[in-house]
Design a protein around this ligand. Structure first.
Ligand SMILES: [Cu+2]
Length: 117
């Protein structure tokens, strides 16, 4: 976090830092899918997973981004450059999410019922 931020980003990051001041960056666990955030877009913008699947989000941009559910059921909060966040999807359905810092950034994850084993 040694770059310049806009006021909005500073405000958001301040909240994030306060919440996780002493939290070490958690190790990445195996995930079924990885969404890279690059050039102000989520790749993949349309992803299908199953209930219980873990998805990794990685910010490849020089700008901070978030992964925030439209219904707020999940929220990565600010991800700095190279920041990562993982989420296990537990509710089937179509989950729309966006970046709180750049609300035009939108994507969807479809969560299907747990895969038969
Ligand atoms: Cu963003």
């Amino acid at each position: 976090m040694n770059r310049l931020f806009t006021g909005l980003q500073v405000a958001l990051l301040a909240v994030t830092v306060t919440a996780g001041a002493n939290a070490a960056v958690p190790p990445l666990l195996p995930a079924v899918a990885t969404v890279h955030i690059k050039d102000f877009k989520y790749h993949l913008p349309d992803l299908t997973v199953h209930v219980g699947d873990r998805v990794t989000f990685i910010n490849d941009d020089d700008e901070a981004h978030t992964v925030t559910a439209t219904d707020k059921s999940f929220d990565s909060e600010g991800l700095d450059t190279a920041g990562t966040w993982q989420h296990v999807f537990t509710k089937p359905g179509t989950h729309h999410y966006f970046c709180e810092l750049h609300p035009y950034m939108k994507a969807t994850i479809v969560v299907l019922p747990a895969a038969a084993k």
